[in-house]
Design a protein. Structure first.
Length: 289
């Protein structure tokens, strides 16, 4: 390919020196690449003259074909790059994807109509340095090799229930009363952390069986249907609380000791699409939206 690019440049200029200047290389390097191509073709492609070169019959026959082919190759890679620049791949856990990102990504795309988004949901940590995804929202301490991480949201949680459940079971008057309610995901470590934050000394003997689930999003869905009390991150259920679909039972948050971060490879810091998403997501959380 390098020899083809050199051949096309020389054929357009009929001059090794001007071709070398265009390609930002030396005249001797250009001459070498032309010889490589002539050996490959088995025939001379240029006739050397005092003030430059002219194409031989063989050279004239292949020049338009190679010139067009080179344009096609460059166009193909340019198209791929443009598509890559427009497509933002976000990876995050299911709860954040379903509860926060999915209802709001339309607003991001309205602000930036040229931006396409692919949302990948997984609890597995994706290696951002390999380019498997452009940006992630992940939980932890914000310390990952080769990654820039911006604090997005503290990982806090509070118990919530639906009006349907509270009408049937009654609203707990104190945090300790929750031990006699149906707790969703009762074996989750978050319950112990929340009871500690609420001043309920452990061990915490939960008196009624609950439903164990894998994700906060599923727990919230069960709470919405009146099946028990769930722990949820307040920022992820703001619309449900504002609309009265869920009731926050106490003004007490538990904490996991970790936070959520907007993360991307340090080598991709200059990427426009990453900067657009980062700034948008940070502002949305700051503004309480």
């Amino acid at each position: 390919m390098q020899a083809v690019a050199v051949f096309v440049a020389v054929a357009r200029h009929n001059n090794f020196t001007r071709a070398a200047a265009e390609l930002n290389t030396t005249q001797s390097a250009v001459s070498y690449q032309v010889k490589v191509l002539e050996r490959f073709a088995g025939t001379a492609l240029f006739e050397r003259q005092a003030r430059g070169v002219v194409l031989t019959m063989a050279g004239m026959r292949i020049f338009p074909i190679l010139q067009q082919s080179l344009q096609d190759v460059r166009g193909a890679f340019r198209s791929l790059k443009e598509e890559s620049d427009r497509l933002l791949v976000i990876t995050t856990m299911q709860t954040i994807a379903n509860a926060w990102l999915a209802p709001r990504l339309g607003a991001l795309q309205m602000q930036h109509p040229d931006l396409a988004v692919r949302l990948s949901t997984s609890d597995d940590v994706v290696d951002l340095t390999t380019g498997a995804a452009d940006v992630a929202i992940r939980s932890g301490k914000g310390e990952w090799p080769g990654v820039t991480a911006h604090h997005w949201l503290d990982q806090t949680f509070t118990p919530v229930a639906s009006p349907l459940y509270l009408a049937r079971e009654g609203r707990p008057a104190t945090p300790a009363d929750l031990l006699d309610h149906v707790l969703i995901a009762p074996t989750d470590d978050w319950w112990g952390k929340w009871f500690d934050a609420a001043g309920v000394n452990g061990p915490h003997a939960i008196l009624r069986p609950g439903v164990d689930v894998d994700t906060q999003h599923t727990a919230v869905r069960l709470a919405l249907s009146g099946q028990g009390v769930a722990l949820a991150t307040p920022a992820f259920i703001r619309p449900e609380i504002e609309q009265g679909q869920l009731v926050r039972l106490f003004d007490i948050d538990g904490g996991s000791g970790t936070s959520y971060y907007i993360a991307y490879a340090k080598s991709r810091a200059a990427s426009r699409k990453i900067r657009l998403f980062r700034d948008w997501a940070l502002k949305m959380i700051k503004d309480g939206r």
